[in-house]
Design a protein around this ligand. Structure first.
Ligand SMILES: Cc1cc2nc3c(=O)[nH]c(=O)nc-3n(C[C@H](O)[C@H](O)[C@H](O)COP(=O)(O)OP(=O)(O)OC[C@H]3O[C@@H](n4cnc5c(N)ncnc54)[C@H](O)[C@@H]3O)c2cc1C
Length: 360
């Protein structure tokens, strides 16, 4: 039995549409929904859900997930913890801690304005700071794992607050311990970065290096990254139909040497491929998708591909989650048939997820 008094005190609303809280604009209602502005509120909301045997789900900026058409049958907690602190280190760097509810791009702008180098190439990535370590966000040759010192999270099993140093976060390409072993078991409260005051950015991404033309100050790097991202509809922009997406819908596949040899047999012509640790090779998901017949602007009912970027699945016209998932299957099958390569989705697809699907 839900206690209306405690529900009011915690600001819990009922039947709240989730679609407007996501960049792709899709999803049925949350049975219960509340914002957590403090750690105490977060813990009280979790206790409220547990006392009622309800599932709870932590939502950031909604830019890397797809809610199902039936929404979420539990409590959605919107992460709203705020605050940025910094301390100078003896080695000249600065240790900066940002709360999980800070906007990621605003945080990069803040660091650039302070002259702190380390995350300027990650400007313009939608979402909140707390989600940045989950999939080790990356763009234009930088990954957030390169500057994260530690991640502080509420462990949902023990109820304790734990700080994990970088080495214990198991960061990899679009991956971390929070996406694997601690998935659904830890709520990120804050992220601590070691940044370099007065540092010169060292961009490596060819398109960015070319556009910068030797102007290596943080503000120019940030503005140039933002300009490139806008051209590709890769910034959150409610007025841009090509940005109604979860960003890249598939990760670049990493395959071992044997699989790469098999791939080369099927595809002897020029194809993008990057050697990685342990003899593995990274292929371009965008290239594979396009060469399998899914061009930019591809239409599949209300769903489709961005006209700027064939890696971004978009909500073209009031798409249902089921249409997005159907297009995902079609693309995966097409790439598998053409190249023998399995594409992995990048965003969390709640209605297909082993942890969350039972609440969708
Ligand atoms: C236009 C566009 C461009 C993009 N470009 C890039 C890019 O260049 N590089 C890149 O890496 N990504 C990119 N993304 C993906 C996305 O922006 C990032 O993954 C971002 O970090 C997601 O943040 P969010 O706050 O929106 O997370 P959400 O989508 O709200 O959540 C994503 C997952 O993280 C979990 N989560 C969120 N906050 C917390 C928390 N505090 N504690 C525990 N779990 C939490 C959620 O439960 C969910 O499982 C792009 C997305 C869009 C729409």
């Amino acid at each position: 039995m839900v206690d209306p008094l405690s529900q009011n005190r915690l600001g819990i609303q009922e039947q709240v549409p989730l679609a407007p809280m996501t960049t792709i604009g899709i999803g049925g209602p949350a049975k219960y929904f509340a914002a957590a502005h403090t750690r105490e509120q977060l813990q009280a909301l979790i206790a409220w859900a547990r006392a009622r045997d309800l599932a709870f789900f932590v939502l950031g900026g909604g830019s890397n997930l797809l809610f199902g058409d039936d929404g979420f049958n539990g409590l959605v907690i919107h992460m709203q913890l705020k605050g940025i602190d910094s301390v100078p280190l003896d080695d000249g760097r600065v240790r900066v801690t940002a709360a999980a509810g800070e906007n990621w791009d605003a945080f990069t702008a803040y660091c650039v304005a302070k002259g702190w180098a380390g995350i300027s190439c990650l400007s313009g990535i939608p979402g909140l700071v707390g989600a940045a370590p989950i999939q080790n966000i990356g763009a234009y040759g930088q990954e957030v794992a390169q500057t994260i010192f530690a991640v502080t999270a509420l462990d949902l099993e023990s109820g304790t607050i734990q700080r994990r140093n970088n080495a214990d976060c198991e960061f990899a390409y679009r991956d971390s311990i929070f996406k694997r072993r601690l998935r659904g078991r830890a709520v990120v409260l804050s992220v601590t970065f070691d940044l370099k005051p007065g540092g010169t950015p060292q961009p490596t991404y060819p398109e960015l290096v070319k556009r910068l033309d030797g102007q290596l100050d943080l503000a120019t790097v940030r503005e140039t990254v933002l300009a490139i991202r806008r051209e590709k509809s890769m910034v959150a922009d409610a007025d841009d139909p090509n940005a109604r997406s979860c960003g890249s819908f598939f990760t670049n596949p990493m395959i071992d040497a044997a699989a790469y040899a098999a791939f080369q047999e099927r595809c002897p012509t020029d194809h993008p491929a990057w050697p990685m640790d342990g003899g593995r090779v990274k292929l371009s998901a965008a290239w594979l998708i396009e060469r399998s017949g899914f061009h930019k602007g591809y239409v599949a009912g209300g769903a489709g591909l961005s006209q700027k970027h064939c890696l971004a699945v978009i909500n073209r016209a009031n798409a249902k989650a089921s249409e997005i998932l159907a297009l995902k299957e079609t693309i995966q099958q097409g790439v598998l048939t053409t190249f023998g390569i399995e594409l992995e989705p990048e965003p969390l697809l709640l209605s297909e997820d082993p942890i969350w699907s039972k609440n969708c």
